[in-house]
Design a protein around this ligand. Structure first.
Ligand SMILES: C[S@@+](CC[C@H](N)C(=O)[O-])C[C@H]1O[C@@H](n2cnc3c(N)ncnc32)[C@H](O)[C@@H]1O
Length: 229
């Protein structure tokens, strides 16, 4: 895989977005990495990667990669894995690309999870961290179908998102910053069973792997969903 092939714009667009950015607003993006580090995102990413059980030679896609922290962590832990980070936000992608400078086998590309610009069955793993709650119900349904499409048979999605009624500090900040109603209160649209239902309806064999309470992030849930062979 080529190294950094794309250059993403680094200045905010005056136009309103059709996605909820990582920190709720473009202006807050410079603080996103520091805030999420304080909130304990590294531990959450480590747990998700342990669950994903990556192996040399695999192709792995992160949907909603933001500033690239999970994708980069995966690359550093597994240098022989080929990684693609995808996100609709060019500003976040530009940050991710800067951090990935000099690394091979990792790239960041603009894309919406509900219409992924990748061929069928091209990935062994799809990762998703703290992004499902950024989607409305229709986009969630489309995303689950897209994840199934791009996974090879036997490949798996590993997803973590907020659960329960509170989203912890990060979730409350995001909800306050985003007043458009785009922000969904629950990852699955109402309850954690909805996340399993969402993934199951897309034809994925899904399971809740763990529920954890992070001190500042609040309660999060980890899911695995396998594309049947
Ligand atoms: C809270 S951030 C999480 C970023 C990263 N996964 C992490 O763990 O640090 C959520 C990300 O979802 C992205 N996002 C919003 N709508 C999206 C969509 N339709 N498809 C893919 N990503 C989306 C946002 O741009 C943002 O970067």
């Amino acid at each position: 895989m080529e190294g950094m092939a794309k250059n993403h714009p680094t200045t905010a667009s005056a136009r309103p977005h059709d996605y909820l950015p990582a920190a709720g607003r473009d202006a807050f993006l410079p603080f996103y990495d520091r805030l999420t580090a304080l909130l304990g995102a590294a531990e959450l990413h480590r747990t998700l990667l342990a669950q994903a059980d990556l192996a040399d030679g695999q192709r792995v896609l992160e949907i909603g990669c933001g500033t690239g922290n999970l994708t980069l962590r995966a690359k550093r832990a597994h240098p022989a894995v080929e990684l693609v980070g995808s996100d609709p936000d060019p500003l976040a992608l530009a940050v991710a690309e800067r951090k990935a400078a000099g690394l091979d086998g990792i790239r960041f590309e603009r894309g919406y999870s509900q219409r992924l610009p990748y061929p069928d069955a091209g990935f062994d793993r799809v990762l998703s961290a703290l992004m499902l709650h950024h989607l409305d119900d229709e986009a969630k349904t489309e995303t689950a179908a897209e994840v199934r499409r791009v996974l090879r048979p036997g490949g798996s999605l590993h997803l973590v998102d907020f659960s329960g009624t509170g989203h912890g500090l990060h979730g409350h900040l995001a909800a306050r910053m985003m007043k458009s109603g785009h922000f969904s209160e629950e990852p699955g649209g109402g309850s954690d069973d909805d996340t399993l239902r969402l993934l199951g309806a897309a034809g994925l064999d899904s399971a809740l792997v763990a529920t954890r309470r992070h001190r500042l992030l609040g309660q999060v849930r980890y899911y695995r969903a396998v594309r049947p062979t």
